[in-house]
Design a protein around this ligand. Structure first.
Ligand code: UFG
Length: 336
């Protein structure tokens, strides 16, 4: 089977490419390299000992994407990872976010339609759950968002459900990721954010490596056991596995299916830092700052549906997530 991954050299795309190649799938990566590098494709080749095709194109360039499909007939399914993903930036640049994420997806769907490819696995996010939902989040909770990035995911989900309702030949999985961290255990691929990281784990690894001076804990007065924010961290290789299970699921079904991909267990900021300190063997400098605007006290998944329907269960715990994130940081591969 031939699978095309948009955003294929990014964090989640590259790890999913490894999982697919290891299962014998043929893989095509599309990326504009706006937030990643073609090196990731080489590393995926090196890890797996298998070749893949990596094409530079932008989803907003319909001709370029059209060519990628017409020159590679027989694509069975698309995993759609490409998109802008920085919450804060989306607030200051809403048009860029809506244009890139939504218009890019519309182009992709139209081109898939023309080429008779009607299976899609979409990178959605736990951010599509409206902020007033209680935890844990169930897939049938009301949707909503608090920033343009989140709204772009809510809107794309709606568009995809509408496409499936209008055209019964389509099958789609809308995968709502919780907080992906960790890296491939080779230390050769991982998350490589541009500039100062926004997310907690890449921030911790940079402080541990001495590249940043201190971890900022955004608020310790939440209504949570230790007062800091609680999230459902999931190992990126578990997430990759979830994509393969979802692809197998929609192969036999029509319509749009939403699934949470998380572990179902929440860890606080302080617990994550403590787990990381154990793994790197040193205490890290940290300070408590004000809450970050828009953050929720707690967000974690109910995982029953993904378990029942997909057979999905996260294999890796918080220690392995920290070990692999740290290995990726210290191998130096992430600085290339
Ligand atoms: N945090 C800190 N210090 C930091 C960064 C984060 O204390 O330097 C805290 C946050 O307040 C939060 C937790 O660590 O409590 C996790 O924050 P992240 O920024 O790592 O992740 P978020 O849960 O805020 O956001 C992630 C993705 C978004 C996605 C969201 C959906 O980054 O893309 O999950 O739930 F929208």
């Amino acid at each position: 089977m031939k699978i095309l991954l948009t955003g294929g050299t990014g964090f989640i795309g590259s790890h999913t490419a490894v999982a697919l190649l290891e299962r014998g799938f043929e893989v095509i990566l599309l990326d504009n390299f706006s937030n990643s590098s073609p090196d990731a494709a080489d590393r995926v080749r090196e890890i797996t000992g298998r070749d893949l095709l990596c094409i530079k194109t932008d989803l907003l360039d319909a001709d370029g994407v059209g060519l990628a499909f017409s020159q590679n007939p027989g694509i069975d399914a698309v995993m759609h990872f490409a998109g802008f993903k920085a919450v804060g930036e989306s607030v200051s640049e809403p048009l860029a976010y809506y244009h890139n994420n939504i218009a890019g997806t519309l182009n992709l769907i139209e081109i898939m339609n023309k080429n008779g490819v009607k299976k899609l696995i979409f990178s959605s996010s736990a951010t599509v759950y409206r902020a007033d939902n209680p935890v844990p989040y169930f897939e049938d909770y009301p949707l909503g968002a608090t920033n343009p990035y989140g709204w772009s995911k809510v809107m794309i989900e709606q568009i995809l459900r509408d496409v499936c309702a209008a055209n019964p030949e389509w099958s789609m999985a809308l995968l709502r990721y919780f907080n992906p961290i960790g890296a491939h255990e080779s230390g050769m691929i991982g998350e490589a954010p541009n500039g100062i990281p926004n997310n907690l784990m890449p921030y911790i690894t940079k402080v541990a490596a001495g590249e940043l001076p201190v971890i900022h804990i955004f608020g310790d007065d939440y209504d949570t056991p230790d007062g800091t924010g609680v999230r459902d961290y999931i190992h990126v290789m578990d997430l990759a596995e979830g994509h393969i299970l979802a692809m197998n699921y929609i192969r036999e079904r029509k319509g749009a299916w939403s699934f949470n991909l998380g572990t179902g267990k929440g860890y606080s900021v302080k617990e994550l830092i403590a787990a990381f300190e154990k793994v790197c063997g040193k205490e890290l400098p940290k300070q408590t700052d004000a809450r970050r605007a828009g953050d929720l006290p707690a967000a974690y998944a109910n995982t029953a549906l993904a378990k029942k329907e997909l057979g999905f269960a996260a294999r890796y715990g918080i220690e392995k997530m920290c070990e692999d994130s740290w290995r990726w940081q210290i191998t130096g591969a992430c600085r290339k």
